[in-house]
Design a protein around this ligand. Sequence first.
Ligand code: AMP
Length: 592
Amino acid sequence: MERPSVIRKTAVDLRVPPRWSDYEGERRAFSWDLARRALQGLPQGGLNMGFEAVDRHANSELRAHCALRFVARNLPAVELSYGELARQTNRFANVLQTLGVGKGDRMFVLAGRIPELYVAVLGALKNGTVVTPLFSAFGPEPIATRVKLGSAQLLVTTEALYQRKVKAVRGQIPTLRHVLLVGEGGASTHEPDTLDLQRLMAAASDEFTTVDTLADDPALLHFTSGTTGTPKGALHVHGAVVTHSATGRYALDLHPEDRYWCTADPGWVTGTSYGIIAPLLHGVTSLIDREEFDAERWYALLEQERISVWYTAPTAIRMLMKAGLEPLQRHSYPALRFVASVGEPLNPQAVWWGKEALGLPIHDNWWQTETGGIMIANTPAFDIKPGSMGRPLPGIDAYIVQHLEAEGEPPRVRIVEQPDVEGELALRAGWPSMFRGYLNNEARYQRCFSSGLYLTGDLARIDTDGYFWFVGRADDVIKSAGHLIGPFEVESVLMEHPAVAEAGVIGKPDAIVGEVVKAFVSLKDGFAADEALRMDILAHARKRLGAAVAPKEIAFLPVLPRTRSGKIMRRLLKARELGLPEGDTSTLEAGA
Ligand code: AMP
């Protein structure tokens, strides 16, 4: 079917008057100082993310209002009001104090989407403790790498995850002083060298005064993947809460009466910024589904939970499209009024699917771990061009730049003034949720900036109307089901297998999940490239990395293409896999 290139906003798309409608006017009037004034601040003049998200409302008429509602397939729903969340996070902050974990110390959380995770994250923020939520589907290797890099003093996890993924590697993490366990079904645990979270919480006071953090004090540490080396820890400050608040309004159009559902896991930055912090800042009721994707269940939740604002991901939307209209039409969605998505390119068909099947277009938006919050978005304030990620939000200036030299250090770039020219997406540095460093890697951090611009590592273009279009990544990092995967981390684990001589990993395009991880390996002498070995290497990778990160496919090659300086040429592997031109192979080692 021929569809127009613009979806014009109609009254049906905006069932409730949006919180803004004048894009240019709002951009002109906006300042981060004004945005800061929507928050309360601490009595001594500081700013604290946990206080703004929870206590500000617990001391208001929202005290009894449901803040978080947890649902699971075989468990009764659990609700925490803003008042109860304040009390529980106070208890948790007191637990940290008792254990001598304070401001600036680091805490990791490894758990499914259980209430204890949310309480721990918010309680730690109130205590000034720097928090890292880890993805619970990671295998032991990515977990140990990150906890070690982050020099965590304390880990909160469940008994089951501890036994499966942490116990064996705990000895490798000397900084880890305390492990707090949530028992099965909230019951007590008796693992040696661990503490029982439930017991500690019961003994702690539910009164706590938020530690006096300043806007520039560290709050969150999120790991992200690069092309080479270990994952990078992006440090975020309490002041990021100003971006979370502004974008909750501009990109998600949150109203206090909303029932909101963010489907992302807090182990990824979206699940923290927009699965925990931003909705609470706006005083909404946030649904947290503890189960994994299931089309029938999701449609039932949208209906039964009367979700009004839904923030999800392109892979999920494509899986819903694949499930067909029948499960969708078994329900109705009169409450739903705004749908947004992030994490990977959202194809125009998916935007139209929203419009045609749900009656609402999907608002794609763009950001990344380093930006801490949504930067470019389709919003209620303007029409949608399906396939475009939208326009920069108030307070954000975005550009396309070109590098003046290939490998300059520091990089030198020029802003491209003409429309429709591809280049690297760059943002004027200085918005409140901009990351403030890569942990222990100042040089890498500095390389992200040039002439006051933050260079995102994404390629994009701007059209004549100022809409941004994603083109691709400038590096070899893989995006699978919205998760950023570093090829080096996967290659390193493959190399541990006794049969593997060398490994190269690429993202292979996939219609549903965007890219799947595909590995190419060459074998050591004496090993036969057969199916049994392939399965054995796959199983090894899955066990060490977890299913979300491990390769889905492994191909054997006699030798991998390398540059003369010894680097595996992933781009060439990808070009060969896809039957594309091989590009410049002048640096290719002879014989590869
Ligand atoms: P992460 O840091 O894991 O959140 O991943 C950020 C990366 O995801 C970005 O740098 C982009 O490459 C990709 N990404 C995020 N949002 C979009 C979008 N709307 N369209 C295309 N790619 C996106």
